[in-house]
Write a protein that binds this ligand. Structure first.
Ligand code: HEC
Length: 295
């Protein structure tokens, strides 16, 4: 654990807002970022609550190979939600997976992806969340065996699995591709569900978007690289845009599970140019053959 604690100290001493040139948060722009994240849907829609689920009040159980983790209340309630957080607290949570008290979040919260969000998008998202109704609901501890239930273990997890790296410049790529890469890797966090994980639960980046049998809630998230047999190589850009808007696949099938939710509460509200950008980026990925039904 020695090394892990050193990492813990160095992670938490990072400047957060630093000399960020972000303008004050804007609710309208933040709403756009919110939709790009898939509408933070894991924080709502508990089984049995249906359409009456209090928006973003947390408590939804997310089943992982390490146990069940419950999403947190991200409404502006000052006691049970995030109402008394500063922008800097919010940015640190989203980027470094650390609570305002310096506790580690379980990586079921995809800060690993959100770490790629720009300062401006984070401040705007925060402004939008702060404009929503405050709801009182206490957070729930995880149902996970030791050591996965123990937050200090997560310092070691971060050391193994988490290195926020800024997206490299790509001067030879189109604007659509660059926007698509940003949306897919940071905001929309497609990789958190569609990339298989290593034994320690980190994303296996050599298999980027090649599908995972153990997405959140134990769902199978298909291979979305352009492999023609096991991925979505046969889908056109228009097919993908239609899918992210309507949830209908090229063969007419509709979408199930969490993907249906991130479409309904998030991606379907994005401007068409963003959906096209996502499609352009996906079509340009290296095709990886990965048959999730066999193996
Ligand atoms: C919260 C988890 C999650 C996130 C985030 C997510 N997906 Fe999915 N996705 C799934 C699951 C689960 C399915 C399977 C749905 C089904 O069986 O109908 C799926 C299905 C799909 C399919 C259909 C593939 C096929 O062969 O049928 C596409 C395309 C897709 N997702 C693209 C994306 C893109 C692009 C993003 C990001 C913009 C994204 N997904 C984000 C979980 C997720």
């Amino acid at each position: 654990m020695g090394i892990a604690w050193i990492v813990l100290i160095s992670v938490s001493s990072n400047p957060v807002l630093g000399e960020s040139g972000a303008q004050p948060g804007d609710v309208g722009r933040g709403r756009h970022v919110f939709f790009a994240t898939g509408g933070c849907t894991c924080h709502t829609n508990l089984p049995g609550e249906g359409k009456d689920a209090p928006l973003l009040a947390g408590g939804r159980g997310l089943k992982t190979p390490f146990g069940v983790f419950y999403s947190t209340n991200i409404t502006p309630d000052p006691e049970t939600g995030i109402g008394d957080w500063s922008d800097a607290d919010f940015m640190r949570a989203m980027r470094e997976g650390l609570s305002p008290d310096g506790e580690h979040y379980f990586p079921v919260f995809p800060y690993t992806s959100f770490s790629g969000l720009t300062d401006q998008d984070l401040v705007d998202l925060r402004a939008y969340l702060a404009s929503l109704p405050a709801i009182r609901r206490e957070n729930r501890p995880p149902d996970a065996p030791f050591p996965f239930s123990w937050r200090a273990t997560l310092a070691g997890w971060k050391w193994l699995n988490f290195e926020p790296v800024p997206l490299p410049d790509a001067p030879d790529r189109s604007e659509a591709w660059i926007r698509g890469r940003y949306l897919v890797t940071a905001a929309a966090h497609c990789g958190e569900c569609h990339t298989p994980r290593t034994l320690t639960g980190g994303l296996d980046r050599s298999m980027w978007l090649a599908g995972s049998r153990e997405g959140p809630e134990g769902e199978l998230a298909p291979n979305i690289t352009p492999d023609p047999k096991t991925g979505i190589g046969r889908w056109s850009v228009a097919d993908l845009v239609w899918y992210l808007e309507m949830g209908i696949k090229p063969d007419g099938d509709d979408t199930q599970g969490l993907m249906a939710e991130v479409i309904e509460h998030g991606y379907s509200h994005l401007p068409k140019s963003d959906l096209e950008a996502i499609a352009v980026y996906l079509k340009a990925l290296p095709a990886i053959e990965h048959d999730l039904r066999r193996e």
